[in-house]
Design a protein around this ligand. Structure first.
Ligand SMILES: [Zn+2]
Length: 322
């Protein structure tokens, strides 16, 4: 943590640009309005998404990622996957980039929903993923004016965020942030339950309070069928952001919001039926982050598939051993 702070200070001192493709005017306006709304998957959730992604990176992608990571990461992408949350107060303009609001409906439409509170286009998590993907595609181009280290850390974080169902939630309740609930005996809000509490409770109840044990269990459930499904989308775009967002708002309606009201007490019934969704979304986020990074830095889809199936075989072998 201390190291990350130092790195942030270094970046700040260098006065590096914020690096969005969006006009400076928007950024300046956004600096003034709006307080950060929600967190994201907690640190544990983002760490697991990035750890899973690391497993599926091709050698060429790994080299590029290591080249871009700040020294503080010591070559480990997962160690900086919550960086974007730590920067939320410093980079106010980026706050709306962590989520999407829908007008109280269970579907996502990019043109209707991907904007900030001022109505500025592309200022949402789906727009941010496309934007930072485009920036990273300038890697190796000596005229690229972007801070690609930040682009990589933002991208890795936002691919995690878009997979948290309540990061594509209703505007009125701020993705569940204003829905006060009790998580067992503790007062909380619905958004926080999905970001943090379910992961914490699962770790405590099932995984001996050990994140790596939870991570392994999630990885073991990634079958090759799932990999094939998750790495593509019908739109055939580089990042499939519309599909990720649509999946999240659907899960938000079918699982997160379902049977929850103000002051609901959520306990075993809710936990047991929703935890599989949390675990699968973390796995999907990881696989998709790897797919995006491989496409950016490697581009050879045949090689990606090979690497993916190799990882799946390793996963299956582990399962059999247990
Ligand atoms: Zn976030």
């Amino acid at each position: 943590m201390e190291k990350i702070k130092k790195e942030e200070e270094k970046i700040e001192k260098r006065g590096r640009s914020m690096g969005l493709l969006l006009p400076l005017r928007i950024l300046l306006v956004s600096l003034i309005v709006g307080a950060p709304r929600a967190n994201a998957w907690g640190k544990e959730g983002h760490f697991m998404v990035c750890k899973i992604a690391e497993q599926y990176l091709t050698d060429k992608t790994l080299t590029a990622v290591s080249d871009l990571l700040p020294p503080v990461a010591e070559g480990d992408l997962a160690s900086v996957c919550s960086w974007a949350d730590q920067m939320r107060f410093r980079y106010r303009w980026a706050s709306p980039l962590h989520y999407i609001n829908t007008p109280g409906v269970c579907n996502f439409k990019y043109s209707r929903d991907c904007h900030n509170s001022k109505g500025e286009k592309d200022m949402c998590v789906a727009g941010a993923i496309s934007n930072y993907t485009a920036q990273l595609q300038t890697y190796g181009d000596s005229s690229s004016g972007y801070n690609l280290t930040e682009s990589l850390m933002f991208l890795a974080h936002f691919v995690g965020d878009i997979h948290q169902p309540l990061h594509v939630g209703f505007e009125d309740d701020e993705g569940g942030n204003t829905i006060i609930v009790h998580w067992y005996r503790r007062k909380s809000n619905l958004h926080h339950v999905w970001d943090v509490s379910m992961i914490e409770t699962a770790m405590k109840d099932y995984y001996n309070d050990d994140l790596n044990t939870m991570l392994e269990a999630i990885q073991m459930n990634i079958t090759s069928d799932k990999l094939n499904q998750w790495e593509t989308c019908s739109e055939k775009l580089a990042t499939c952001v519309n599909q990720y967002a649509t999946e999240s708002i659907t899960l938000a309606c079918d699982y997160a919001y379902k049977d929850v009201e103000q002051d609901s007490t959520l306990e075993d019934d809710y936990f047991f039926s929703r935890l599989p969704v949390v675990e699968e979304r973390i796995a999907q986020g990881g696989v998709r982050l790897a797919t995006i990074l491989n496409e950016i830095f490697d581009g050879s889809s045949a090689e990606i598939e090979l690497k993916l199936s190799r990882a799946a075989r390793v996963g299956r072998a582990r399962q059999i051993l247990l």
